[in-house]
Write a protein that binds this ligand. Structure first.
Ligand SMILES: [Zn+2]
Ligand SMILES: [Zn+2]
Length: 317
């Protein structure tokens, strides 16, 4: 570590995009990009060759999870943590990790940085995912996440991206050009499926998993990593920052590329995910920081307890 850890004297400490610097490793970035991409392509080829109706639900879950995995890695690209050259970092993040999965780079970066800078305030664009008042009771919570499995939710998200590009400043008009680039990449993928076997496979083995499973997992992970403390947790954290100490399989499924250490990422957004362990050790020893976050034992266990133990009555949180 080049810099000493800052001691936070207020909650503002975690609403920032600055901090100590670490070397960005090209080797690690290239390895992770190749690993995530080849896993996804390998699964698509495998399941599209099997063509089994019986295995299709499994195909959808596996492919959607690996597309979500790519989006987790794209988050590192948003922070310029994949490659030391920012131009190359952005090119790869956009064309390999974002456009193929139906999202963009510049608006996603803008929105994500707003999340860091205005975390847990009215200006936080993803507050809806973790604010209890959005889920008046457990039925509304379950319905909210079930809706994420419907294609219509993804379509709505794409349309809202275009609308944001229309009504905001010049710097965000990239949305239109990025939307065209994203659609062009989808045509290239459709062409690849047609060339390899048949066009309909693009819908079943690419588009549908991205618009259902990947969309759902993105919302689900965002919810668990920031959802307000629940009475059954017995925790003192009031910030909405959590480390998810998930079992290994859950960690690689949902918390890949450092997302399970999300509280640390808010403290040190300049540190790449593969260097974060050094900062976590120091943070655990610092009492002025341990009060700023708490831990959860897993994504699924938290969500299940949240649904089972939360009273059905309307909450006025
Ligand atoms: Zn966050
Ligand atoms: Zn981030």
């Amino acid at each position: 570590m080049k810099d000493n850890l800052n001691t936070p004297d207020s909650e503002i400490f975690y609403r920032r995009l600055t901090g100590p610097k670490e070397k960005i490793s090209s080797l690690r970035g290239i390895f992770d990009i190749c690993y995530a991409t080849s896993l996804l392509i390998g699964s698509v080829v495998l399941f599209s060759n099997l063509h089994s109706l019986f295995l299709y639900p499994l195909a959808c879950i596996v492919i959607g999870s690996l597309q979500f995995h790519m989006l987790n890695l794209a988050h590192a690209g948003l922070h310029w943590h994949l490659l030391p050259n920012k131009k190359w970092n952005d090119l790869i993040t956009a064309w390999v990790l974002s456009y193929p999965i139906g999202t963009n780079l510049h608006y996603a970066r803008h929105e994500h940085f707003q999340h860091h800078l205005h975390f847990n305030t009215e200006k936080d664009p993803v507050r809806v995912y973790y604010e209890n008042t959005c889920f008046q009771n457990r039925t509304s919570l379950v319905l909210y996440f079930l809706k994420k499995l419907l294609i219509i939710d993804s379509v709505g998200r794409l349309i809202s991206l275009l609308r944001i590009g229309h009504r905001t400043s010049k710097s965000e008009t990239y949305n239109y050009s990025e939307f065209v680039k994203m659609i062009s990449v989808q045509f290239i993928i459709l062409f690849c499926f047609t060339w390899y076997d048949k066009a309909s496979d693009y819908f079943f083995f690419w588009l549908l998993p991205a618009m259902t499973v990947a969309n759902f997992l993105l919302a689900f992970r965002s919810y668990v990593e920031h959802a307000k403390s629940e009475p059954f947790e017995n925790t003192s954290s009031t910030t909405g920052l959590y480390l998810i100490d998930a079992p290994y399989l859950e960690k690689i499924w949902l918390g890949s590329f450092g997302f399970d250490r999300h509280a640390m990422h808010h403290f040190y957004p300049t540190i790449p995910y593969y260097q974060m362990h050094k900062y976590e050790k120091e943070t655990l020893k610092n009492p002025s920081m341990t009060c700023l976050y708490s831990s959860r034992k897993g994504y699924l266990s938290f969500f299940l307890k949240r649904v089972l133990f939360r009273r059905q009555e309307t909450i006025h949180a």
